[in-house]
Design a protein around this ligand. Structure first.
Ligand code: SAM
Ligand code: SF4
Length: 369
């Protein structure tokens, strides 16, 4: 691939240079966290609309040629993808003007005991793991699955495989786990992990988010300061988490205050959904369809074309059958153009606090957190 169209950076109309691509590998998940998915009746993405591994790597390759230097795999639960190790290997092998991208992963950790060392060998740099509570009954209530022991085993496996730094994410919820802010931080600090608390965002499938109920950054810090001496770490850059050293360091704790202290001004992220839509923001109301560009038409292959009958599952990660492809260079140019069109519509901020704010139709599990 060459030519000027592929070498220009991804800059939006506010001058933000985009270097981070979050790729959702599936909207399926092995847990049902209350702030993310309903207990039942999830409107799954149709299998036929989901990108094949080849297609994902193609979109990423063009992104890397345009200056993407970081790729985060997410979902849904990205480790449910059967060829996850291959996906990581192929993405870490891409090269662009700044070399190969750093590839990391956000996961619920359930499949890490069997996968962590293969992922490390494939070039995965590190993992962010969700853990909202250390209490088994609460874990069951929160995720609707009795899997705390397995999650903790997955965290230990990531550590043992050298996927450092291990970052632990918890969504703070009033009356649910806000009393565990200190305990979770101690758990992480004692093991050399970084604890990060996330303000709950209006991205749940049930649209039940309530601003007044949300645990704010200020409240999280107040709880932390009751047990630890915190000092702010300068030089945050485009990172969503603001960091503090714990008791003089080197351990740090972070807060991702997307609602009360939005970091949109420094945002450098773009998202690719599992069904091939580029999104400029978690909260975008519009998407740029790259699936149709890749498939050369607006017709996605239907279930019959993929060889599956009604009620049959297609393995996540299975590859759609080959179809006549448009000339490769044309598709690369069209994809580069799609990245730019997507960015052209990016707003200055998410405006969650604005009365006109609309929650996106897709839940977090179908966007990719
Ligand atoms: N299944 C993986 C996991 O849980 O880490 C990856 C996908 S999950 C959607 C990515 C991150 O989004 C997790 O850290 C999760 O806690 C966070 N998340 C999900 N719904 C959220 C919400 N409504 N507000 C804030 N964070 C949310
Ligand atoms: Fe699954 Fe992650 Fe959503 Fe929990 S937060 S339901 S683990 S995608």
């Amino acid at each position: 691939m060459g030519g000027s169209v592929m070498s220009e950076q991804l800059v939006d109309r506010f001058g933000r240079v985009h270097r981070d691509l979050r790729i959702s590998l599936t909207d399926r998940c092995s847990l049902r966290c209350t702030y993310c998915m309903p207990a039942e009746g999830v409107p799954w993405l149709a299998r036929s609309t989901m990108l094949s591994t080849e297609e994902i790597v193609h979109v990423a390759r063009v992104g890397v040629s345009l200056g993407i230097t970081e790729i985060r795999l997410t979902g849904g639960e990205p480790l449910l993808r059967v060829d996850i190790v291959d996906v990581v290997r192929r993405l870490t092998a891409l090269t662009g003007p700044a070399g190969s991208p750093e590839v990391s992963l956000t996961t619920n950790a359930l499949r890490l005991p069997g996968l962590a060392s293969d992922l490390k060998d494939a070039g995965l740099s590190r993992v962010n793991i969700s853990l909202d509570t250390l209490d088994r009954a609460k874990f069951l209530e929160l995720t609707r699955r009795d899997k705390l022991v397995e999650t903790l085993a997955g965290i230990a496996a990531a550590d043992a495989a050298g996927l450092h730094p291990v970052k632990i994410n918890a969504v703070a919820m009033r009356g649910v786990n806000d009393d565990e802010v200190v305990a979770l931080t101690r758990f992480a600090v004692d093991r050399g992990y970084q604890m990060r608390f996330i303000e709950q965002m209006p991205l749940d499938a049930g649209h039940t988010w309530d601003r007044a109920e949300m645990v704010t950054q200020a409240e999280i810090l107040e709880r932390l300061r009751s047990a630890f001496r915190l000092e702010e770490v300068p030089g945050r850059g485009a990172a969503p988490a603001e960091l503090w050293t714990v008791d003089g360091g080197p351990a740090t704790v972070g807060v991702i205050a997307s609602v009360t202290a939005p970091f949109c001004g420094a945002c450098d992220r773009l998202r690719l959904t599992a069904d091939g839509q580029l999104r400029a923001c978690l909260f975008s109301q519009t998407e740029t369809n790259v699936r149709d560009l890749l498939r050369g038409s607006s017709d996605a292959p239907d279930a019959a074309a993929l060889g599956i009958g009604p009620g049959q599952a297609l393995r996540v990660g299975a590859t759609a059958p080959p179809r006549p492809a448009p000339a490769a260079v044309d598709v690369d140019t069209a994809l580069a153009d799609a990245y730019r069109r997507c960015l052209a519509g990016k707003k200055a901020g998410h405006d969650i606090d604005d009365p006109s704010f609309l929650q996106p139709d897709r839940p977090m599990s179908a966007i990719g957190g």
